[in-house]
Design a protein around this ligand. Structure first.
Ligand code: SAM
Length: 287
């Protein structure tokens, strides 16, 4: 394996199953002068497992700007550097963007050593359309910001992919049901490639019920894949009418909200009411 000097190698590592480490990843990590890693203790164990003794240097979200300067100096001095993250592909909801951008701007070769990513792994098994998709990474942790982000995605026709922390899956499933309606198709992929790999599929209501029914399994890492919105022609209401209803639904019982939204937008009251019912999972909570 020839290592180009000076170059930055962006190397994917396993998302749970060490058998997914590629031979090229091993060769590159063994052959470069330095490996920049998010958590050097964690990555030290990975490298040790494969008998790789290359020195590690930390690069995480809090020191990336500073570290980029010193890594560029190493490239300038003729060294080859690899970038890895704790798991999967660097830069995919992981640090590395600042370094890659700076290395590229400075004219150094930036070379991919591709491999696992939870995003592609989840998408590849979800059984939802993959010809086009939208990767949203992590949703905001705060409820209001999370709901606002989801509302902005409600009309998105492409498959949506979210990363989620196990602590927030309950809240996110509730928010998905609230904003997209419980009938939307989705897949919850947990602990991919690991011993306790679990994949839940169905509509949002079914996935939520299955998740809540098994508290013991509510640990580990999760990717949520959500079907896109039905084509506009399939929905009776335009986006503006739905937006107005959604605003009013937050303040008023559904019947009143639908009546008022009908007067504001000119849309049919019953269509608005039915849409509101579907969005709340068939229950008119306020009545
Ligand atoms: N760079 C990584 C990649 O390429 O997949 C992602 C890093 S991000 C900080 C961590 C998130 O990825 C987790 O919260 C989870 O959403 C997802 N993830 C990572 N490993 C996973 C696995 N084995 N199964 C399911 N989701 C996983």
């Amino acid at each position: 394996m020839s290592i180009i000097r000076p170059a930055l190698y962006v190397v994917a590592t396993p998302i749970g199953n060490l058998g997914d480490m590629s031979q090229r990843a091993r060769d590159v990590l063994a052959g470069v002068d330095r490996v920049a890693a998010e958590d050097t203790r964690h990555s030290g164990r990975l490298l040790a497992h494969f008998g790789i003794a290359t020195p590690l240097i930390s690069l995480h979200e809090h020191n990336e700007a500073r570290r980029t300067e010193s890594l560029l100096a190493r490239l300038e001095a003729g060294e080859a550097v690899a970038l890895i993250s704790d798991a999967g592909t660097p830069l995919i909801s992981d640090p590395g963007f600042v370094l890659v951008r700076a290395a590229r701007a400075a004219g150094y070769p930036v070379l991919a050593v591709p491999g696992p990513s939870a995003l592609v792994a989840a998408l590849s098994i979800a059984g939802l359309p993959t010809d086009r998709f939208v990767f949203e990474g992590f949703l905001p942790a705060k409820a209001a910001a999370r709901a606002a982000r989801l509302r902005a995605l409600r009309e998105e026709p492409r498959t949506l992919v979210f990363y989620e922390s196990p602590r927030r899956v309950d809240a996110t499933l509730a928010a998905l049901a609230e904003v997209f309606g419980e009938a939307r198709e989705m897949v919850l992929a947990r602990e991919l490639t690991k011993q306790h790999e679990t994949v839940l599929d169905g509509d949002i209501r079914a996935v939520r019920a299955a998740w809540e029914a098994d508290p013991g399994a509510q640990r580990g890492e999760v990717v949520l894949v959500v079907g896109g919105a039905p084509a506009a022609a399939e929905t009776e209401l335009d986006a503006e009418s739905r937006r107005v209803l959604d605003l009013l639904r937050g303040e008023l019982p559904l019947k009143q909200a639908a009546a008022l939204a009908a007067r504001i937008t000119g849309a049919k009251k019953n269509a608005l009411y039915q849409y509101g019912l579907a969005a709340s999972g068939g229950e008119d909570e306020a009545d």
